[in-house]
Design a protein. Structure first.
Length: 255
Protein backbone atom coordinates (compact mmCIF):
# COMPACT_ATOMS: atom_id res chain seq x y z
CA UNK A 1 0.00 0.00 0.00
CA UNK A 2 1.45 3.37 -0.99
CA UNK A 3 1.08 5.28 2.24
CA UNK A 4 3.25 8.17 1.00
CA UNK A 5 1.00 9.15 -1.92
CA UNK A 6 -0.65 11.98 0.02
CA UNK A 7 2.59 14.00 -0.34
CA UNK A 8 2.80 13.78 -4.12
CA UNK A 9 3.43 16.92 -6.15
CA UNK A 10 1.17 18.22 -8.87
CA UNK A 11 3.40 16.88 -11.66
CA UNK A 12 1.81 13.49 -12.25
CA UNK A 13 4.70 11.46 -13.68
CA UNK A 14 7.24 12.71 -11.20
CA UNK A 15 4.82 12.34 -8.34
CA UNK A 16 4.14 8.71 -9.21
CA UNK A 17 7.87 8.06 -9.50
CA UNK A 18 8.61 9.66 -6.11
CA UNK A 19 5.85 7.66 -4.51
CA UNK A 20 7.00 4.41 -6.15
CA UNK A 21 10.55 4.89 -4.88
CA UNK A 22 9.37 5.30 -1.31
CA UNK A 23 6.85 2.49 -1.71
CA UNK A 24 9.54 0.06 -2.89
CA UNK A 25 11.74 1.06 0.01
CA UNK A 26 8.92 0.44 2.47
CA UNK A 27 8.20 -3.00 1.02
CA UNK A 28 11.88 -3.94 1.06
CA UNK A 29 12.82 -2.58 4.46
CA UNK A 30 10.02 -0.91 6.40
CA UNK A 31 12.09 -0.50 9.54
CA UNK A 32 14.81 1.39 7.70
CA UNK A 33 12.32 3.61 5.92
CA UNK A 34 10.55 4.51 9.14
CA UNK A 35 13.83 5.96 10.37
CA UNK A 36 13.62 8.85 7.94
CA UNK A 37 10.12 9.98 8.85
CA UNK A 38 10.00 13.43 10.40
CA UNK A 39 9.72 13.10 14.13
CA UNK A 40 11.01 9.52 14.19
CA UNK A 41 14.55 10.32 13.04
CA UNK A 42 15.04 12.32 16.22
CA UNK A 43 14.53 9.15 18.27
CA UNK A 44 17.55 7.40 16.73
CA UNK A 45 20.47 9.31 18.32
CA UNK A 46 19.67 8.16 21.85
CA UNK A 47 19.66 4.55 20.67
CA UNK A 48 22.85 4.87 18.65
CA UNK A 49 24.77 6.77 21.31
CA UNK A 50 24.55 3.78 23.63
CA UNK A 51 27.11 2.01 21.45
CA UNK A 52 29.80 4.64 22.09
CA UNK A 53 30.60 8.32 22.30
CA UNK A 54 32.68 8.58 19.13
CA UNK A 55 30.34 7.04 16.56
CA UNK A 56 29.70 10.47 15.03
CA UNK A 57 33.34 11.33 14.31
CA UNK A 58 33.75 13.09 10.98
CA UNK A 59 36.93 13.77 9.03
CA UNK A 60 37.81 17.45 9.35
CA UNK A 61 38.36 17.71 5.59
CA UNK A 62 34.70 18.78 5.50
CA UNK A 63 35.97 22.11 6.88
CA UNK A 64 38.21 22.73 3.88
CA UNK A 65 37.59 26.27 2.68
CA UNK A 66 35.60 27.22 5.78
CA UNK A 67 38.10 29.84 6.95
CA UNK A 68 38.34 31.44 3.51
CA UNK A 69 34.55 31.49 3.06
CA UNK A 70 33.94 33.08 6.46
CA UNK A 71 36.57 35.75 5.89
CA UNK A 72 35.10 36.54 2.48
CA UNK A 73 31.73 37.06 4.18
CA UNK A 74 33.22 39.34 6.82
CA UNK A 75 33.08 36.79 9.62
CA UNK A 76 35.50 35.49 12.26
CA UNK A 77 36.09 31.80 11.42
CA UNK A 78 38.27 31.13 14.47
CA UNK A 79 35.56 32.39 16.82
CA UNK A 80 32.89 30.34 15.04
CA UNK A 81 35.03 27.21 15.28
CA UNK A 82 35.78 27.84 18.95
CA UNK A 83 32.10 28.36 19.75
CA UNK A 84 31.40 24.71 18.87
CA UNK A 85 34.54 23.38 20.54
CA UNK A 86 36.71 22.90 17.45
CA UNK A 87 40.34 23.69 18.22
CA UNK A 88 42.56 25.34 15.66
CA UNK A 89 46.10 24.12 15.08
CA UNK A 90 49.11 26.05 13.87
CA UNK A 91 48.41 27.88 10.61
CA UNK A 92 44.72 28.32 11.41
CA UNK A 93 43.99 24.72 10.42
CA UNK A 94 41.24 22.82 12.33
CA UNK A 95 42.01 19.52 14.04
CA UNK A 96 41.98 16.30 12.00
CA UNK A 97 38.61 15.07 13.30
CA UNK A 98 35.39 16.64 14.54
CA UNK A 99 31.95 15.31 15.39
CA UNK A 100 28.86 15.49 13.23
CA UNK A 101 27.14 17.51 15.97
CA UNK A 102 29.93 20.09 15.89
CA UNK A 103 29.75 20.30 12.11
CA UNK A 104 25.97 20.77 12.11
CA UNK A 105 26.13 23.46 14.77
CA UNK A 106 29.02 25.21 13.05
CA UNK A 107 27.15 25.50 9.74
CA UNK A 108 23.98 26.60 11.50
CA UNK A 109 25.81 29.25 13.54
CA UNK A 110 27.72 30.53 10.52
CA UNK A 111 24.51 30.85 8.49
CA UNK A 112 22.95 32.92 11.27
CA UNK A 113 25.93 35.09 12.19
CA UNK A 114 26.86 35.82 8.58
CA UNK A 115 23.22 36.22 7.49
CA UNK A 116 23.88 33.62 4.80
CA UNK A 117 20.99 31.12 4.62
CA UNK A 118 22.76 29.16 1.87
CA UNK A 119 26.01 28.82 3.83
CA UNK A 120 26.02 25.02 3.74
CA UNK A 121 25.72 25.02 -0.04
CA UNK A 122 28.31 27.80 -0.29
CA UNK A 123 30.82 25.64 1.56
CA UNK A 124 30.08 22.58 -0.58
CA UNK A 125 30.53 24.68 -3.72
CA UNK A 126 33.80 26.07 -2.33
CA UNK A 127 35.07 22.50 -1.87
CA UNK A 128 33.79 21.12 -5.19
CA UNK A 129 36.00 18.20 -6.22
CA UNK A 130 36.91 14.65 -5.25
CA UNK A 131 39.46 15.18 -2.46
CA UNK A 132 36.63 15.64 0.03
CA UNK A 133 35.80 11.93 -0.01
CA UNK A 134 39.16 10.50 1.07
CA UNK A 135 39.30 6.66 0.95
CA UNK A 136 35.72 6.43 -0.33
CA UNK A 137 36.58 8.80 -3.15
CA UNK A 138 39.48 6.57 -4.18
CA UNK A 139 37.20 3.53 -4.31
CA UNK A 140 34.57 5.44 -6.27
CA UNK A 141 37.08 6.62 -8.86
CA UNK A 142 38.16 3.04 -9.52
CA UNK A 143 34.70 1.49 -9.64
CA UNK A 144 33.45 0.05 -12.93
CA UNK A 145 30.42 2.36 -12.97
CA UNK A 146 29.17 5.22 -10.84
CA UNK A 147 26.27 3.01 -9.77
CA UNK A 148 28.71 0.41 -8.48
CA UNK A 149 30.54 3.15 -6.59
CA UNK A 150 27.33 4.30 -4.92
CA UNK A 151 26.44 0.73 -4.01
CA UNK A 152 29.81 0.43 -2.27
CA UNK A 153 29.28 3.69 -0.39
CA UNK A 154 25.82 2.53 0.70
CA UNK A 155 27.26 -0.67 2.15
CA UNK A 156 30.16 1.13 3.85
CA UNK A 157 28.65 4.47 4.86
CA UNK A 158 30.08 4.09 8.38
CA UNK A 159 33.50 4.82 6.88
CA UNK A 160 32.24 8.36 6.32
CA UNK A 161 30.65 8.58 9.77
CA UNK A 162 28.64 6.34 12.04
CA UNK A 163 26.19 9.23 12.40
CA UNK A 164 25.18 9.11 8.73
CA UNK A 165 22.91 6.56 7.09
CA UNK A 166 23.04 6.18 3.32
CA UNK A 167 20.30 4.09 1.71
CA UNK A 168 19.32 3.07 -1.82
CA UNK A 169 15.74 3.03 -3.08
CA UNK A 170 14.67 1.78 -6.51
CA UNK A 171 11.42 2.81 -8.23
CA UNK A 172 8.87 0.16 -9.17
CA UNK A 173 9.72 0.43 -12.86
CA UNK A 174 13.47 0.47 -12.12
CA UNK A 175 13.87 3.68 -14.11
CA UNK A 176 15.05 5.78 -11.20
CA UNK A 177 17.28 5.20 -8.21
CA UNK A 178 17.34 7.41 -5.12
CA UNK A 179 20.25 7.51 -2.71
CA UNK A 180 19.30 9.08 0.60
CA UNK A 181 21.61 10.60 3.19
CA UNK A 182 20.15 10.92 6.67
CA UNK A 183 21.95 12.40 9.67
CA UNK A 184 21.21 10.41 12.80
CA UNK A 185 22.17 13.01 15.43
CA UNK A 186 20.57 16.26 16.46
CA UNK A 187 17.06 17.59 16.00
CA UNK A 188 15.53 17.83 12.54
CA UNK A 189 15.74 21.64 12.55
CA UNK A 190 19.46 21.55 13.41
CA UNK A 191 20.31 19.40 10.40
CA UNK A 192 19.17 21.70 7.59
CA UNK A 193 22.46 23.43 6.76
CA UNK A 194 24.41 20.17 7.02
CA UNK A 195 21.94 18.31 4.80
CA UNK A 196 22.10 21.00 2.13
CA UNK A 197 25.89 20.80 2.33
CA UNK A 198 25.94 17.01 2.08
CA UNK A 199 23.58 16.74 -0.88
CA UNK A 200 25.31 19.44 -2.90
CA UNK A 201 28.72 17.96 -2.08
CA UNK A 202 27.46 14.58 -3.31
CA UNK A 203 25.92 16.13 -6.41
CA UNK A 204 29.12 17.99 -7.32
CA UNK A 205 31.21 14.98 -6.37
CA UNK A 206 29.28 12.83 -8.85
CA UNK A 207 30.15 15.28 -11.60
CA UNK A 208 33.81 15.45 -10.58
CA UNK A 209 34.26 11.69 -10.20
CA UNK A 210 32.74 11.02 -13.64
CA UNK A 211 34.17 14.04 -15.50
CA UNK A 212 30.70 15.52 -15.81
CA UNK A 213 29.03 12.40 -17.23
CA UNK A 214 26.85 11.74 -14.18
CA UNK A 215 24.79 14.10 -12.05
CA UNK A 216 21.70 13.88 -9.93
CA UNK A 217 18.41 14.36 -11.77
CA UNK A 218 16.53 15.66 -8.75
CA UNK A 219 17.56 16.76 -5.26
CA UNK A 220 15.09 15.88 -2.51
CA UNK A 221 14.92 17.61 0.87
CA UNK A 222 12.77 16.76 3.86
CA UNK A 223 12.76 20.37 5.02
CA UNK A 224 11.18 23.39 3.37
CA UNK A 225 13.29 25.81 1.34
CA UNK A 226 15.30 28.28 3.40
CA UNK A 227 16.64 30.15 0.36
CA UNK A 228 14.89 31.30 -2.83
CA UNK A 229 14.33 28.45 -5.29
CA UNK A 230 16.59 30.21 -7.80
CA UNK A 231 19.49 29.83 -5.37
CA UNK A 232 19.04 26.04 -5.21
CA UNK A 233 18.79 25.84 -8.99
CA UNK A 234 21.97 27.86 -9.35
CA UNK A 235 23.89 25.41 -7.18
CA UNK A 236 22.36 22.10 -8.25
CA UNK A 237 21.39 22.86 -11.86
CA UNK A 238 18.66 20.24 -11.64
CA UNK A 239 15.18 19.93 -10.20
CA UNK A 240 14.95 20.53 -6.47
CA UNK A 241 11.98 19.47 -4.34
CA UNK A 242 11.14 20.08 -0.69
CA UNK A 243 9.04 18.50 2.04
CA UNK A 244 9.87 15.04 0.64
CA UNK A 245 10.11 11.82 2.62
CA UNK A 246 13.90 11.54 2.28
CA UNK A 247 16.98 13.71 1.86
CA UNK A 248 18.66 12.43 -1.25
CA UNK A 249 19.49 12.51 -4.93
CA UNK A 250 17.76 10.70 -7.77
CA UNK A 251 19.95 9.14 -10.46
CA UNK A 252 19.38 7.06 -13.57
CA UNK A 253 20.12 3.30 -13.22
CA UNK A 254 22.37 3.62 -16.31
CA UNK A 255 24.81 5.89 -14.46
Amino acid sequence: MRRMCGLMLGNGKRAVMQCAIVDDAMRGDSKRMSAVHKGEADQLPSLMERSGKTFDVLNARVLSGFVHLCLARGGDPIALLADVGICVQEGDQPVSAITYRQFMQLLSNAATVLNCPDFGMCLAFEQAGTELYGPLGSVMRHSRTFGAALNYVTRHSSIHSGAARISKFVSANARDIAFSHEIMVGAFEEQVQAIEYVLLAGHLGARALTSGKVKGRTALFRHQAISPLAVYHRYFRCEVEFDRQINGLIFSPTD
